[in-house]
Ligand binder design. Structure first.
Ligand SMILES: Nc1nc2c(ncn2[C@@H]2O[C@H](COP(=O)(O)OP(=O)(O)OP(=O)(O)O)[C@@H](O)[C@H]2O)c(=O)[nH]1
Ligand SMILES: [Mg+2]
Length: 219
């Protein structure tokens, strides 16, 4: 009887916890995004928008009405990207943050046609290769991916529709895009907070949708 009551109590008081892995090149805005998420869902937290490059990881547990999100923000510098794969098998969704001001015109088809001395693409090629690498890893198979076109507050940003059509769709539909998976591209300004709520809402709906393939942990 005690055990029954205890398990009923635990069932009534516990919530599902899902892990979200935030990836992207260095300087994309991952840590700024995490700060905004924390301040949006925790009234006691004031966002620290004076970030420094992440060496290692930042992790936060976000308490939402229906579930918990454990958000992992990992360093995006080249030398740190090798660590990303150790998070893949236990994450429930991946957020890939793109700096919309550092990817030229976001048209990967034109990349191959340009001559070597034309340097107008910012980090488009690097961004494409890194995203492909994430999608190709067998441990990310079937994991929902949210691409965030960040820094949309800046005048020199590329619009989200171009990032979607010129870069993301081509990577996802290309031979390195791997299997069909749930994905979305959304605009964001991590600095001002515009688009943060929509991003979190999309993540919540997709991790629940995918919970048979990647079950949550109870907390
Ligand atoms: N204008 C603008 N600047 C942003 C935005 N998001 C981030 N930044 C700036 O971009 C720089 C890098 O932001 P971080 O959040 O530290 O980038 P990161 O992706 O965590 O970088 P790493 O930790 O090196 O991987 C900082 O100067 C931020 O203030 C944004 O939406 N708009
Ligand atoms: Mg960081």
């Amino acid at each position: 009887m005690y055990h029954l009551v205890k398990s009923l109590y635990l069932h009534a008081t516990s919530k599902e916890e899902y892990s979200i892995l935030v990836l992207g090149l260095d300087n994309a805005g991952k840590t700024t995004l995490l700060e905004q998420i924390k301040s949006l869902y925790n009234s006691e937290h004031t966002a620290n928008l004076k970030t420094v490059p992440t060496v290692g990881q930042n992790v936060s547990l976000v308490d939402l009405p229906e579930l918990y999100l454990r958000i992992w923000d990992v360093g995006g510098q080249h030398s740190l990207r090798g660590l990303w794969q150790s998070y893949y098998s236990s994450c429930h969704a991946i957020v890939f943050v793109v700096d919309s001001t550092d990817i030229g015109d976001a048209d990967i088809e034109r990349l191959s046609k340009r001559s070597n001395n034309e340097d107008v693409d910012g980090r488009l090629d690097e961004c494409k290769l890194v995203l492909e690498d994430v999608l190709q890893n067998e441990d990310t198979e079937g994991v929902p991916v949210l691409v965030l076109a960040n820094k949309q507050d800046r005048e020199d940003c590329v619009e989200v529709v171009r990032i979607k059509e010129g870069l993301v769709r081509k990577v996802f539909e290309g031979e390195k895009g791997q299997n069909v998976r749930d994905s979305r591209v959304l605009p964001l300004s991590a600095l001002t907070g515009t688009g943060v709520k929509e991003a979190v809402e999309w993540l919540c709906s997709r991790v629940k949708w995918n919970k048979e393939a990647r079950p949550p942990v109870m907390r």
